[in-house]
Design a protein. Structure first.
Length: 290
């Protein structure tokens, strides 16, 4: 088994109806403004979804970049983190631990996935990645994710585009993915994801719809629920507290007049890891704008 950073694209959404809301509020927004005497920043919350499936949000981001002096993104989109390799014989297949009805449903769902030839051999971790990502639009070099697309737009119009966290800082905060962690995702977690799918439909597609509707609070709430059920998420693979603290310090201490468009994971703008209250405590006026 070989696990790469890209395989966490679906889970990174945990960190989601068309159109612009009539009035943005804290629970239904992906864009905030943070004003202080020295600066007037825009905070844009992203999930790892394909940009061209959300044209209204991309257009809004571009308009705000046009009004900004610089573009900052949390981490380098091309950052390569260390990967984990495990022997297939060391992984615990999850299929046998499911009820017969869940086994049938599991097979039906994954029969169209890249793992269709090895369904009964999948670990719970691998199965969770596939179930959480089901229905999301794939992205790649010619169809970038929304955060990367906006960063590239900023560069194309001459804005200075930089990262808030350096590559070395991110690598230092990475937590190793262990065999114990991988095997901790058991039948109960997969049963929960199957139940969730019955409730909301394909999970990845549902997160896309939440993001399209700018329902950031629901994204955060569902992400918390999934994490509580024993699903491994990106916060298990990075020191999220250190990253959050670093980003707060970098944003709060930007030079006067920077007026940046700042691209951040939506989980840092809503939910338990939100930085908004911390920015307010440091004197910024923070409000949802879209």
């Amino acid at each position: 088994m070989h696990i790469t950073r890209r395989q966490f694209a679906a889970l990174a959404a945990l960190l989601f109806l068309p159109g612009m809301p009539k009035a943005a509020d804290e629970e239904n927004a992906v864009v905030w403004r943070a004003k202080s005497p020295a600066n007037d920043h825009v905070l844009f919350g992203y999930v790892r979804i394909r940009a061209d499936t959300f044209p209204d949000i991309v257009a809004e981001g571009k308009r705000l970049i046009d009004q900004s002096k610089t573009v900052l993104i949390d981490v380098n989109p091309s950052l390569t983190l260390s990967t984990a390799k495990f022997k297939n014989s060391d992984l615990k297949p999850v299929f046998a631990g499911l009820t017969p009805s869940d086994q049938d449903e599991f097979k039906t769902i994954l029969s169209k996935s890249p793992a269709k030839g090895a369904i009964e051999k999948l670990s719970g971790f691998e199965a969770s990645l596939l179930l959480i990502g089901e229905g999301q639009h794939a992205f790649g070099p010619d169809a970038p994710s929304i955060g990367l697309a906006l960063a590239k737009y900023g560069a194309s119009i001459g804005r200075d585009v930089k990262t808030l966290a350096a590559d070395g800082e991110m690598r230092a905060m990475q937590k190793p993915l262990t065999l114990e962690t991988v095997n901790s995702v058991g039948p109960d977690s997969i049963t929960y994801l199957l139940d969730l799918r019955r409730r909301i439909g394909p999970i990845g597609a549902y997160f896309d719809e939440l993001y399209k509707a700018r329902k950031s609070a629901e994204i955060a709430s569902l992400g918390e629920e999934i994490t509580a059920k024993g699903i491994v998420t990106p916060t298990d693979l990075i020191d999220a507290d250190k990253l959050r603290a670093l980003l707060i310090e970098r944003i709060a201490n930007l030079p006067a007049g920077k007026n940046a468009f700042i691209i951040l994971p939506i989980g840092l703008l809503n939910g338990p890891y939100s930085i908004l209250s911390e920015l307010r405590s440091r004197g910024a006026e923070v409000s949802a704008i879209g």
